[in-house]
Design a protein around this ligand. Structure first.
Ligand SMILES: N[C@@H](CCC(=O)N[C@@H](CS)C(=O)NCC(=O)O)C(=O)O
Length: 212
């Protein structure tokens, strides 16, 4: 690791302070004892440079010399690869860290974040008539639409990133939630046309049908 730089907003409203996700990255870096710098980027005018590093226009992202990585979970795993204080080296130890990292993001935070948003919505009179969850999700789809408009697969060639992203969007498509996001819709169609998906899907249906 060379010159580690955590990029975060240069200002956020009071209520967000202490909760911006650069905290997780700073925390990991502190645990690891790795030197790093923090660079602030504007919260209001987020330019092309910002989106080139973080396609959702969010923070944080980390640069390590020429390497740039976004998504807090990915950044932590990236740091953990090089630091035994963040993840043990033995196979079972690594597996436990991976399973619990994904559990935090995918099993707990998928519930805790909407819960917090509903709670904030009920406690305030913001956006009357518009549900925060709709605004939140439309924002996410808007960013994914831009990403998927210009690439076939998320990480260059097909990868486990596409398995997870396509499956997350597939349920939305099944509920007609992608009608205004044609690139997302085409991506789901492309992914689910892959022979491996078709077979896995058919096999799952057959598996459960056995129990009928
Ligand atoms: N999944 C992303 C979420 C990042 C995130 O929610 N960042 C917030 C700050 S904590 C942000 O940039 N909010 C501004 C926005 O969404 O426009 C990660 O973990 O890195």
């Amino acid at each position: 690791m060379s010159d580690l730089v955590v990029h975060t907003f240069n200002w956020v409203p009071d209520m967000a302070r202490g909760y911006v996700r650069d905290l997780r990255v700073r925390w990991a870096l502190e645990e690891a004892g790795l030197p790093y710098r923090v660079v602030g980027v504007p919260i209001r005018e987020r330019g092309a440079e910002h989106f080139a590093h973080q396609p959702f226009g969010q923070v944080p992202w980390l640069t390590d010399g020429d390497i740039s990585i976004f998504e807090t979970g990915a950044i932590l795993l990236y740091l953990a690869e090089c630091c035994e204080k963040l993840m043990p080296k033995d196979a079972q130890g690594r597996a436990h860290v991976l399973e619990w990292s994904i559990a935090a993001l995918n099993s707990v935070e998928t519930a805790s974040l909407p819960w917090a948003q509903f709670k904030l919505e009920n406690d305030s009179s913001q956006s009357p008539g518009k549900r925060q969850i709709d605004i939140f999700f439309a924002g996410r789809l808007g960013h994914m639409e831009k990403v998927l408009a210009t690439r076939e697969w998320l990480a260059g060639t097909f990868s486990i990133a596409d398995i997870q992203m396509a499956d997350a969007l597939r349920v939305v498509d099944s509920l007609d939630g992608l009608t205004e996001h044609p690139a997302c819709k085409r991506y789901v169609a492309r992914a689910t046309a892959r022979p491996a998906f078709v077979k896995a899907h058919a096999d799952q249906l057959a598996h459960f049908a056995k129990a009928d």
